[in-house]
Design a protein around this ligand. Structure first.
Ligand code: SAH
Ligand code: SF4
Length: 355
């Protein structure tokens, strides 16, 4: 065993017992592929100990691909003229949510590009209608004002997902023209203050992103004590300025996710769709390396195809019912089950109990 390898294995063991790592230790783990098996084993054990074997399934409803932003990596960016845009009507969103709930989903994740296509009351009406169907509502609508976040919360929204994408200010600036990094941090603080179960996350494998910068992201997640963290490999989209770039590595994304699990043992961590795009068994591999959530798409028909953040999106021709059956079978095949609870993270449950 080399000296570097000893540092990495030792760091994994320390993280398992203490849920803490230094920047240097994170970089050592990320740089050393000989520690991967030890890392993944301990991340899986941590997931099992603190969250059990059940997997939360949450229905991802991609209700509009309109976006006013221009993030360099994303197929929904405003300047991409190669996609047909859509915005489902409020009653169409509610109908899709109703169908998903009838399939067994206990959480509906409402996701869209960042736009002002909907009036505040329209979105609040949708949130309320879904809450009235006894489901949890997660929102992923990007940066909004404090008043808007408060109104959604008042209407019944439970959770909010807003990835920081990268904590590196220079990299963020390059990839997000005319967006404020500080505002994104502020939004996350506001969401927490308003009582949302708050999720963030990052992209792994962005052009010029270093392991040191990824280690900063991980430490930011730990310090912010989020309730959920989604890690996605960056997948180049040919209709964006980053179309010719290399893209993220599946194993590196899994390692980042596994380290997050060791540092934040009780949070919810999704096995992301982007991981399955890079590896045909990617979500199951993620579930065996620290993840405890899957978010199958419940959008139907052509909208599944039109919501194209990156190429190679999975299950484009499937129905929500088929997808749920398929992922349930795969989960059962690895000796796990589908959770019958509402999907709150153990971390959030503790936080509520302490407040
Ligand atoms: N507009 C909202 C939510 C939709 S985008 C927002 O930006 O927060 C949801 C996530 O898709 C983003 O946070 C980003 O991390 C991810 N994404 C976008 N383009 C991607 C790409 N090319 N590869 C991998 N993930 C991507
Ligand atoms: Fe819009 Fe979100 Fe894509 Fe950025 S990542 S272009 S905000 S949908």
């Amino acid at each position: 065993m080399s000296y570097i390898n000893k540092i990495a294995i030792g760091a994994v063991q320390k993280a398992f017992y203490e849920n803490a790592l230094t920047h240097r230790e994170i970089v050592a783990i990320l740089s050393d592929d000989k520690c991967d098996d030890t890392l993944f084993f301990h991340a899986d054990l941590t997931r099992k100990t603190h969250n059990g074997d059940e997997v939360h399934l949450k229905g991802l409803l991609e209700f509009s691909n309109l976006c006013a932003r221009n993030c360099y990596y994303c197929g929904l960016r405003r300047q991409n003229k190669a996609i047909k845009r859509y915005a489902l009507k409020p009653n169409e969103i509610i109908k899709l949510a109703q169908k998903a709930i009838a399939c067994g989903y206990k959480t509906i994740v409402l996701q869209s590009g960042e736009s002002s296509a909907y009036k505040l009351d329209e979105l609040c009406g949708v949130i309320k209608a879904i809450r009235d169907m006894q489901a949890r509502v997660t929102l992923s609508l990007g940066e909004k004002s404090e008043e808007e976040y408060a109104a959604y919360k008042q209407a019944g929204a439970n959770r909010y997902l807003l990835r920081i994408e990268t904590t590196d200010p220079a990299l963020y600036k390059k990839l997000h023209p005319s967006m404020s990094h500080q505002n994104r941090f502020n939004c996350l603080k506001t969401l927490r203050k308003l009582g949302y179960e708050t999720g963030s996350g990052s992209l792994v494998g962005l052009p010029n992103q270093t392991l040191a910068s990824i280690a900063d992201d991980i430490l930011f997640f730990k310090e912010s004590d989020f309730d959920m963290i989604g890690i996605g490999p960056f997948i180049p989209n040919e209709h964006t300025p980053l179309g010719g770039e290399r893209g993220g590595d599946f194993i590196l994304a899994l390692k980042v996710m596994a380290i997050v699990r060791l540092l934040l043992p009780k949070i919810n961590i999704p096995a992301t769709t982007a991981m399955e795009t890079l590896d045909k068994n990617g979500r199951i591999k993620a579930l065996q390396r620290g993840a405890n959530v899957v978010m199958p798409v419940v959008t139907e028909g052509e909208y599944r195809k039109l919501y194209r953040l990156y190429p190679g999106k999975i299950c484009l021709d499937d129905t929500p019912r088929h997808c749920r059956g398929c992922i349930t079978g795969k989960i059962m095949a690895i000796g796990r089950g589908v959770s019958a609870t509402n999907g709150d993270s153990e971390r959030f449950i503790d936080r509520l109990a302490a407040s």
